[in-house]
Design a protein around this ligand. Structure first.
Ligand SMILES: Nc1ncnc2c1ncn2[C@@H]1O[C@H](COP(=O)(O)OP(=O)(O)O)[C@@H](O)[C@H]1O
Ligand SMILES: [Mg+2]
Length: 368
């Protein structure tokens, strides 16, 4: 039946069992095509065309007309338990087939070390592939997650990778006050605001970055629509740690004639709208990317969206609309360091962020 693989007697029995389980699981999950025949409607599940016994056992499945690989992804949580699997990892093969790996256990339970390399190492996915993005290709990003879910650790590894790159400069606001300490005295220090003793310092930093962006855009040659990133004109990464906390403090200081929160929001909006062509990248961090903090416009500008553990499905959907509901629900129990990632051209993926260690390791890596 499956030409490419010769199974022994025990293997044959297992293969047969898998085929039966697959058909029943797909019927139960309604991953079937319904065809009307003279004897009544017939249901046809996607057809297994190849099995490699594992672990992990890999099925190659031919989709029925009308089915998309995304349909299998969406229904995977319903199918997996009935294949005796913890989960399914689904990848499209061409237009009509998917490769379905039956996972015994969560492939993301172990920690992932931060790996050196050309692109920024942002995490590892369920298939073991590392998510890497070259700094210049990184879009604006928003990262959310409840307390102790892994946002700061992810930020540490991002900063550790940027701190020593000659083609990158770090700027930003950290109302919590610890993030920039290891960068004191470095070439990044001019554009960093820390703590809440002087809330106005954050606006000053953002205004300076916007002015720099305006200079860069003014200097754009007539035949270019984006600046060439160079050592003289490095990428400017604007990191907004605990951005809602900063806005809360600024909004509390609002008076009749003065609205610092509105000014900071306007500066951030300008960086998001115009920064990409000027080599500016914004990274917003928040416990929850709610509309009062990251409005529809800001969200639309941030095409890299990362969610560590969220309180509920609605929070997940703020950044990952259309994520399979079962995936969003399961993410409310995610371990620290496990995130959902959405980016253009890719289905939402589960990743584990690299673990650089705690604050001491971060400080050492940035200062080194
Ligand atoms: N990528 C990771 N891998 C392993 N453990 C992690 C990871 N990220 C976070 N943790 C663990 O979770 C704890 C809380 O993470 P942290 O980044 O401080 O959360 P947050 O900033 O969201 O409050 C860390 O001290 C660490 O023990
Ligand atoms: Mg934190």
């Amino acid at each position: 039946m499956f030409g490419r693989h010769r199974h022994d007697r025990e293997g044959e029995a297992l293969v047969e069992q898998l085929v039966t389980m697959w058909v029943r699981a797909c019927e139960g999950a309604s991953l079937v095509r319904v065809v009307d025949t003279v004897s009544g409607p017939t249901i046809i599940p996607p057809k297994i065309v190849d099995i490699t016994l594992g672990p992990p056992t890999i099925l190659v499945v031919e989709l029925q007309p009308g089915m998309l690989p995304a349909d299998v992804v969406d229904l995977a949580p319903r199918i997996a338990p009935h294949m005796d699997a913890w989960g399914l990892h689904v990848e499209p093969i061409g237009h009509r087939h998917v490769r379905v790996a039956l996972l015994d256990s969560d492939p993301l339970t172990g920690t992932v070390p931060l790996l050196a390399g050309a692109g920024l190492h942002l995490g590892r996915d369920e298939s073991g592939a590392d998510l890497r993005i070259a700094p210049a290709d990184l879009p604006h990003a928003v990262c959310q997650g409840v307390t102790r879910s892994g946002k700061s650790v992810w930020t540490y590894s991002l900063l550790a990778q940027l701190a020593h790159r000659p083609d990158a400069l770090i700027a930003g606001c950290d109302p919590t006050g610890l993030l920039w300490r290891p960068l004191a005295g470095s070439r990044h220090a001019d554009r960093l605001a820390s703590g809440l003793v002087d809330p106005g310092a954050h606006e000053k930093v953002l205004a300076a970055v916007v002015a720099e962006m305006d200079d860069r855009i003014r200097d754009l040659p007539a035949d270019r629509d984006t600046i060439a990133v160079s050592l003289g004109r490095p990428l400017l990464f604007v990191i907004l740690e605990e951005y809602p906390g900063l806005l809360r403090v600024l909004d509390a200081a609002k008076t009749r004639g003065d609205d610092p929160g509105a000014r900071v929001r306007a500066l951030v909006s300008r960086l998001l709208a115009e920064g990409a062509k000027a080599g500016v990248r914004v990274v917003i961090l928040a416990q929850r990317a709610e509309a009062s903090v990251v409005g529809a416009f800001e969200r639309a500008m941030c095409s890299l969206r990362i969610s560590f553990r969220c309180d509920n499905r609605a929070s997940v959907e703020l950044l990952h609309p259309g994520a399979p509901p079962a995936l969003a629900d399961a993410h409310t129990a995610a371990l620290p360091g496990i995130a959902l990632v959405s980016r253009p051209g890719h289905p939402v993926a589960r990743i584990r962020a690299p673990y650089i260690g705690g604050y001491p390791e971060f400080a050492a890596a940035v200062a080194a």
